[in-house]
Ligand binder design. Structure first.
Ligand code: KIV
Ligand code: ZN
Length: 503
């Protein structure tokens, strides 16, 4: 079976999702997980675009050694130079050069004629080849470009030394049958196409990113570019987990395989969601929280008789333990707890396990009848955060009702010293945040706030994600607790601690 190369661009195109800015530390964490997941290529960033992006690509190139590390560049020398410098310590590197080829881009954006585009394609690829034998070229907006022109551009790029030709559906305009035909036509009409791997990069503006990618694979594309959770510009990019699981589940039809360790998919999805602050919609294929839940009586009956009546993927194939719901409870011991964490892919030190067990798990199990895997993932992710807990919540008392002004009394601890303040507010959460502001002396403005149940049931953990503006910076915060006001306060403190840590 032929292997499809998985080119992950979560750290580059995915990071272009509005509100998904990732700092270097987060990028490294994601890149390491992408490596464990088994992606073949990591597009780590666009080095010329900002010093932060440059630094992130440089660090990923230095510390993530298995996959090829790729950096993006326009077809301009200074971009290619920056990509080359950022990739200097990569074990295996790729420079990805792009240049638009559609009439609309050439005329209005670039103000360049076809001959100039051909010349720049050749010169930029040739220039990039000075620094790496692995050069990828993308004719941007290919799906809206004239086919005859694409053939010439692709042939030129390969002549100049491109080893991968990526065909982007930049604005998510293509329809699967049409896009599959484009890939076939390129294969049939470009004389030297056998000297390069043909890749695709599909956006999701019409919700067809994955369908177009699969149509391209069926027509002979050997690489797909995609992102975890389908993150990306506008409606996002083709989702990595959907493409990989479609190839695995329907190998009978598509006859292709990938090098992805699918058991790492769920963990990767959670990590990306946590670090970007972008939640996964509940009904999202593969990694949405409802993806393996059955509500209808007829379906439940079918599942109990034979799982495959209504399930085409085993949850454990994406690393999701579904042990009939109940995972751990208040009678569970530390051993069972640490074994479960190992199974979920967390390899923690004995002291981390101790802290988690006594300070988080025991308290949670007392409040909650059932502790599910998702509960555990949420508390572990929060507890092993690299951000030092400069301010910690000690006590929280809230008085609220429909006929009174909500009031919160908060006690925080910092470096052993406790401080208590009271404040009123528009609601209990607002009152809490005002009391916290009084204690920390940092005035935060809440820009975004969302709350979601991590698992089912009235006693589920509430997961709060928020975005705060304070001291001219926008910072995300995250926390999960059974008490949603407490979760709100801890998420706010998470943002405050991040702000202080960055300073
Ligand atoms: O969508 C696009 O065209 C891109 C290119 C840079 C490959 O992201
Ligand atoms: Zn893109």
């Amino acid at each position: 079976m032929e292997k499809v190369v998985i080119f992950d661009t979560t750290l580059r195109d995915g990071e272009q999702s509005p509100g998904a800015s990732l700092d270097t530390q987060k990028k490294i964490e994601i890149a390491r997980q992408l490596s464990s997941l088994g992606v073949d290529v990591i597009e780590a960033g666009f080095p010329i675009s900002s010093p932060g992006d440059f630094a992130a690509v440089k660090l990923v190139a230095k510390s993530v050694r298995r996959p090829i590390i790729c950096a993006l560049a326009r077809a301009i020398k200074k971009d290619i130079d920056a990509a080359h410098r950022a990739l200097s310590s990569a074990r295996r590197k790729r420079i990805h050069v792009f240049l638009a080829t559609s009439k609309i881009h050439m005329r209005y954006k670039l103000k360049k004629a076809k001959e100039e585009i051909l010349r720049e394609t050749f010169d930029s690829v040739k220039y990039a080849r000075r620094f790496s034998s692995d050069v990828e070229f993308s004719p941007e907006d290919a799906s809206r470009s004239e086919k005859e022109f694409i053939y010439r551009v692709v042939e030129t790029a390969i002549k100049a030394g491109a080893k991968t030709i990526n065909i982007p559906d930049t604005v998510g305009y293509a329809i699967p049958e049409e896009f599959g035909r484009l890939i076939r036509d390129i294969r049939e009409n470009v004389a030297n196409i056998d000297k390069a791997v043909l890749s695709v990069h599909c956006h999701n503006d019409l919700g067809l990113g994955v369908a177009n990618s699969l149509a391209a694979v069926a027509s002979g594309a050997g690489q797909v570019e995609c992102t975890v959770n389908g993150l990306g510009e506008r409606a996002g990019n083709a989702s990595m987990e959907e493409i990989v699981m479609a190839l695995k589940t329907r190998k009978d039809f598509l006859n292709k395989t990938t090098g992805i360790k699918t058991e790492e998919i769920y963990k990767t999805s959670r990590l990306v969601s946590k670090l970007t602050g972008i939640m996964v919609q509940p009904n999202k294929a593969i990694v949405g929280q409802n993806a393996f839940r059955h509500e209808a009586g007829i379906h439940q009956d079918g599942i109990l008789k034979r799982r495959t009546t209504y399930e085409i993927i085993r949850p454990k194939d994406i690393g999701l333990e579904m042990t009939g719901g109940l995972v751990l409870g208040k009678h569970s011991g530390r051993h069972a707890f640490s074994e479960r964490l190992k199974k979920l892919g967390f390899h923690l030190t004995p002291s981390q396990i101790n802290t988690l067990f006594f300070e988080r798990f025991k308290k949670l199990a007392d409040k909650k009848k059932e502790v599910f895997d998702d509960d555990l993932i949420a508390i572990v992710e929060e507890e092993i955060s690299l951000i030092p807990k400069i301010w910690q919540l000690v006590n929280l008392k809230v008085i609220s009702g429909n006929k009174i002004t909500p009031q919160a009394t908060v006690t925080l601890k910092s470096r052993g010293k406790r401080t208590t303040k009271t404040s009123s507010g528009d609601g209990p959460v607002d009152a809490c945040y005002k009391a916290i502001d009084k204690i920390t002396g940092i005035k935060g403005k809440l820009l975004d706030y969302s709350i979601q149940a991590v698992t089912r049931g009235k006693d589920a953990l509430g997961e709060v994600r928020l975005l705060v503006r304070a001291k001219g910076k926008e910072i995300s915060g995250h926390s999960s607790r059974t008490d949603i006001i407490e979760a709100s306060a801890c998420a706010y403190l998470d943002a405050v601690n991040k702000l202080l840590y960055r300073k």
